[in-house]
Design a binder for this molecule. Structure first.
Ligand code: B12
Length: 286
């Protein structure tokens, strides 16, 4: 096994960083770094964490307990989900994000990460919050960290020229739950569509103007908070008046318990990647 000093020197060099530069970022002198690399001295816990952050790896990797090989295969989704959740509950976002950044991304891996890692992790966070085991602040903190992970993953999608139509992806005004529809925008992208993700809280008039401009093939609406169901019906009616040919699909947890909530004006209800792909495939075949 390589010593800590050897690993540090190797990774510092790959990052084209001088000992002085690294020392500057850690608030120590060049000689301290030289001593770390000669295994004469060993950094304290905080410096280790800062170093891991600088090099975008986990502390375990810096200590040689895990390989620094970039692009690790995603093997066990459940194990990854539990590991990330435990790290985030402890407040160790650096390590959690470094783990995600170290995964070899392919479209298939992205879907597995969204559906089998991030989504169940967040559902678990909701359950912990509901049982009083997690504070609201911690719930917000974890969802922010997951948002950053999703942004990273999303960036790694190879942006091909869309071969299919455009899709407007949004959540209802007043809705704060936007992570789901953010992932859905990436699903459409992976499936060859041009997504326009606009988040939530856009005044209806502005949404209508945008729809007139881009004339999307699909409008994907997300609803989690059941109390916003009436606004959803009103929005769909306005959208239908504006764009008769736009197919409106709805999704989100508001409909999970009771599918009867799906407004009759919507063309489809979709609960995740698999059903979205199936629906789009059958639409293509028609
Ligand atoms: C993260 C989170 C938040 C974050 C949201 C951050 C963000 N930018 O999204 C914050 C902290 C802001 C938040 C706030 C609140 N939340 Co909250 N939150 C959650 C949590 C933990 C995870 C939600 C999530 O992202 N899930 C993961 C995504 C990927 O799953 P998803 O949304 O289901 O999306 C998937 C599918 O449904 C589908 N899909 C979704 N939309 C669409 C649309 C289309 C067109 C298609 C095709 C598919 C599709 O595809 C996605 C990928 O598979 C849930 C717990 C849970 N069970 O989900 C609670 C939860 C949703 N929140 C809840 C509550 C009560 C609140 C608050 C009122 C209070 C609070 N806890 O702070 C506030 C305010 C809510 C408001 N006005 O909107 C309740 C909702 C109860 C209800 N049904 O009304 C839940 C269920 C927690 C609980 N156990 O009670 N929350």
């Amino acid at each position: 096994m390589k010593s800590f000093g050897m690993i540090l020197k190797e990774i510092r060099k790959t990052h084209h960083m001088s000992q002085k530069e690294l020392g500057g970022r850690l608030g120590v002198g060049q000689t301290t770094i030289a001593n770390y690399e000669k295994d004469i001295r060993f950094p304290n816990q905080e410096s280790l964490m800062v170093m891991a952050d600088i090099f975008d790896i986990s502390v375990d990797q810096l200590l040689g307990r895990e390989s620094i090989e970039k692009n690790k295969e995603l093997k066990d989704e459940e194990e990854l989900r539990n590991k990330l959740l435990a790290l985030l509950i402890k407040g160790n976002e650096r390590e959690a994000i470094a783990i995600v950044k170290n995964i070899k991304m392919t479209e298939h891996v992205i879907i597995r990460l969204y559906e089998n890692v991030f989504k169940p992790l967040l559902y678990e966070v909701g359950a912990l919050w509901e049982n009083g085991q997690l504070s609201i602040a911690k719930e917000h903190y974890i969802s922010e960290c997951v948002w950053r992970m999703v942004s990273y993953v999303s960036e790694s999608i190879e942006r091909k020229t869309p071969t299919k139509g455009s899709v407007l992806c949004m959540a209802l005004s007043g809705e704060q739950h936007t992570l789901g529809i953010r992932m859905v925008a990436d699903y459409f992208n992976i499936l060859g569509y041009q997504p326009y993700y606009i988040g939530a809280n856009i005044p209806t008039g502005e949404v209508i103007r945008f729809v007139e401009q881009i004339r999307p093939e699909f409008i994907a609406l997300s609803l989690t908070s059941e109390s916003l169901n009436d606004s959803l019906v009103n929005l769909i009616q306005r959208l239908k008046e504006t764009c008769e040919s736009c197919k409106i699909i709805v999704g989100g947890q508001a409909f999970e318990k009771d599918k009867a909530r799906v407004p009759k004006e919507a063309n489809n209800y979709i609960d995740g990647f698999e059903s979205l792909e199936k629906m789009l495939r059958s639409a293509d075949e028609i």
